[in-house]
Design a protein around this ligand. Structure first.
Ligand SMILES: Nc1nc2c(ncn2[C@@H]2O[C@H](COP(=O)(O)OP(=O)(O)OP(=O)(O)O)[C@@H](O)[C@H]2O)c(=O)[nH]1
Ligand SMILES: [Mg+2]
Length: 413
């Protein structure tokens, strides 16, 4: 992707039965945004209504000829579906261009945005899982296949690995990731006594922006898809009493490759183990209802759907007052906010606090004078309602999370 000239691409989509015109168009818009995030400029779109994705050919003959004409001025053909190696090969042969399917585009973005070691391993595992079935075909006499992920040599060395090496590498990656997951498990366990809330939702909904606003942290915010791949955890700022932790997580998208979801399972553990999920949607996006569905579906797939949810409709600043009123009526339980409006962020903060407030219990603890260390822990982690002293020690009345009270009582027993 040299200089200012972005490589041109043509986007191809097949409208299958049951997919409305609006959904089809929105999926193509999304592919164009994904392509843009990757550095391509989608200069043309081509779509065809078909009853199914035919095994060998994505497009009918007439459409294919049209594509060949259009693609002549482009560097890549992007297909808004996950296609088979032979479909990709046929398109490559016909157009003479590199062909990337939706999965390859998403994987390439993840590859580019992965920062931490864990995210890199997760992405590599998903890339290899994508390549594995394609490698099988390529050994039948082709040295280049399926339009190597992201093109430009990035995936090429992988293609040279034989299947056995690939399997070994995948097993190695799984082992390394399991170690991360164990460490993460311990970390999360230590946090279990603390109140935690996770920001989840479609990519670009504004999760990281809300994370910044709620915690005063400097997490990365960008108008691109999948800006965040790592989970960040920070305490609510200004601090609440007791402390509430907020985590920012990787975003979701329609037709998210399954292997990618599987390999990000441990990252998404924050969403599964949170006490409260803040499901964030970009309310200014006409497709946000579908985005919410996709979010809930992926959360279900990773077993993170049993957690209490607070719906956060973001980017209110982009909506007219009448639209906002309509949304408030349609989603009476939601908080309608803009991450850019400090009063809105305070309102969201209040909703979070009151959720945890409901969850807390009141208790009276007696702390002997010999156990002053526990007393300081109580002061750090509970809301102290009253405190008195007698000849045996301190009598303290607190509000705290039930899990924490169990731990404190055990420490005082
Ligand atoms: N107008 C407006 N823009 C917003 C608001 N919140 C976020 N944005 C913009 O939306 C874009 C995406 O925001 P992020 O916070 O990076 O979104 P995200 O959900 O973390 O996205 P991923 O990490 O890609 O999943 C950025 O350009 C933000 O500046 C808002 O309330 N109003
Ligand atoms: Mg983000």
């Amino acid at each position: 992707m040299s200089g200012n000239v972005r490589p041109k691409a043509v986007a191809v989509g097949v409208q299958l039965p049951g997919v409305s015109d609006a959904e089809h168009a929105s999926s193509q818009d999304e592919l164009a945004r994904l392509a843009k995030t990757l550095g391509y400029d989608v200069v043309a779109r081509l779509s065809q209504k078909r009853s199914a994705l035919a095994p060998g050919a994505v497009l009918g003959e007439g459409k294919l000829e049209e594509l060949v004409r259009i693609a002549a001025g482009c560097e890549a053909v992007l297909v808004d579906h996950e296609i088979t190696p032979s479909q990709a090969r046929n398109l490559e042969k016909a157009t003479g261009q590199e062909v990337l399917d939706r999965t390859a585009v998403i994987l390439a973005i993840f590859h580019r945005h992965a920062r931490s070691r864990e995210a890199r391993l997760q992405v590599e595992l998903a890339r290899l899982a994508y390549l594995a079935p394609r490698l099988r075909e390529s050994s039948a006499g082709r040295d280049r296949q399926g339009g190597g992920i992201g093109g430009k040599g990035a995936g090429e060395s992988n293609l040279e690995l034989d299947r056995r090496k690939l399997r070994d590498r995948m097993a190695e990656l799984r082992r390394e990731l399991a170690a991360f997951s164990r460490d993460g498990g311990t970390r999360r366990k230590r946090r279990a006594e603390q109140a935690t809330t996770a920001l989840v939702g479609y990519t670009n909904a504004g999760k990281s922006s809300l994370m910044r606003a709620l915690t005063g942290s400097a997490v990365y915010v960008a108008d691109q898809l999948f800006a965040t791949l790592d989970t960040t955890v920070r305490a609510l700022e200004p601090p609440s009493m007791p402390r509430i932790l907020v985590s920012d997580t990787v975003g979701f998208i329609k037709k998210l490759p399954h292997d990618l979801v599987a390999s990000f399972r441990s990252t998404l553990e924050e969403a599964r183990e949170a006490d409260l999920q803040l499901q964030v949607a970009d309310a200014s996006d006409p497709a946000f209802r579908t985005h919410l569905e996709v979010t809930r579906q992926v959360l279900g797939e990773i077993g993170a759907d049993g957690v209490p949810v607070l719906l956060v409709l973001n980017k209110r600043d982009r909506l007219a007052p009448a639209q906002q009123e309509a949304l408030a009526a349609e989603f009476p339980e939601a908080v309608l906010v803009s991450a850019r409006v400090p009063e809105d962020v305070s309102r969201l903060r209040e909703r979070i606090l009151s959720f945890f407030e409901r969850d807390m219990e009141e208790a009276e603890l007696r702390v002997p004078y010999t156990r002053q260390r526990v007393l300081s822990e109580i002061h750090q982690s509970c809301r102290v309602l009253a405190e008195g002293h007698d000849e045996h020690g301190t009598l303290i009345r607190v509000r705290a999370r039930p899990e924490l009270l169990v731990k404190l009582r055990a420490a005082l027993a």
